[in-house]
Design a protein around this ligand. Structure first.
Ligand code: PGA
Length: 262
């Protein structure tokens, strides 16, 4: 965890929880953190619900002043028009979304999102005032053929084409083989790739961007392993899938600073 960077714990709900279940979970999570006297100032928490939940969650966190950020799981490359089924970054900004996940491996795999599409989505997000959470990561075949860092490094290089040096971005390193598998990368493996990804940010956007950009690890993050990742100098947080759907588990991940040894 970098000295000057506020840790970010991001919950990627994927296609889980309808808007009623979403409201219930957000309330319970808020209470759980309050009960544990969690100081929200030391860790940023951002939730990424399905599109259909965004308005309900936004209304709840605004009304109850719940200190969670809100984000979407995808954004269109277009601003508006005849693009059935797509959602504009302009609409997300209107809902007080602050960020959007871009290029998740499930979008790359099931929706054929190329590095060029990812770059266009990053540009669309920034245009509408959203922080892109840019996901990169290698499959197990990539790992065998090219090692751990070659593919994520080249994915990030393309994603950052055309991004201004002062743009706020977040990078998430998610090895595809670690997502939903129960088999996380080791902290050392993850640190090594996250360091190289920070080097890409430095080469493309400069020193200030490299020092301020949060690089997250994602892939089977749990309450039992989060602290070991957060000890690494270039890992500033986590993108959590399955673990973000359980109140106690996610609450414990957010409170990683209380875990032994951190
Ligand atoms: P997981 O998913 O935590 O369930 O492995 C992470 C992700 O896909 O963002």
């Amino acid at each position: 965890m970098g000295m000057n960077r506020t840790p970010l714990i991001a919950g990627n709900w994927k296609m889980n929880l309808d808007h009623l279940q979403a409201v219930a979970l957000v309330q319970k999570l808020h209470w759980s953190l309050k009960d544990a006297k969690h100081d929200g100032d030391t860790v940023d928490v951002t939730l990424f619900p399905p599109f259909t939940d965004l308005r309900s969650v936004q209304t709840l966190i605004d009304a109850d002043k719940i200190p969670f950020g809100l984000g979407a799981q995808d954004v269109s490359v277009h601003d508006s028009g005849a693009y059935t089924g797509e959602v504009s970054g302009a609409f997300l900004s209107k809902l007080n979304c602050g960020s959007v996940i871009i290029g998740h491996s499930e979008r790359r795999e099931y929706h054929a999102e190329t590095d060029e599409i990812v770059a266009a989505k990053v540009a669309a997000a920034l245009k509408h005032g959203l922080v892109p959470v840019i996901c990169v990561g290698e499959t197990s075949e990539d790992l065998e053929k090219f090692g751990a860092s070659a593919v994520p490094v080249s994915q990030l290089e393309t994603a950052l084409d055309g991004v201004a040096a002062d743009a706020e971005i977040v990078v998430a390193y998610e090895p595809v083989w670690a997502i939903g598998s129960g088999q996380a990368a080791t902290p050392e493996q993850a640190q090594e790739v996250c360091r190289k990804l920070r080097d890409v940010v430095r080469a493309k956007l400069g020193d200030d961007a490299a020092d301020s950009t949060r690089v997250l690890y994602g892939g089977s993050v749990k309450s039992g392993n989060i602290a070991t990742f957060m000890r690494e100098p270039d890992i500033d947080g986590a993108l959590v899938g399955g673990g973000s759907l359980k109140v106690d588990e996610f609450s414990s991940i957010i409170r990683f600073q209380k875990h032994v040894g951190v």
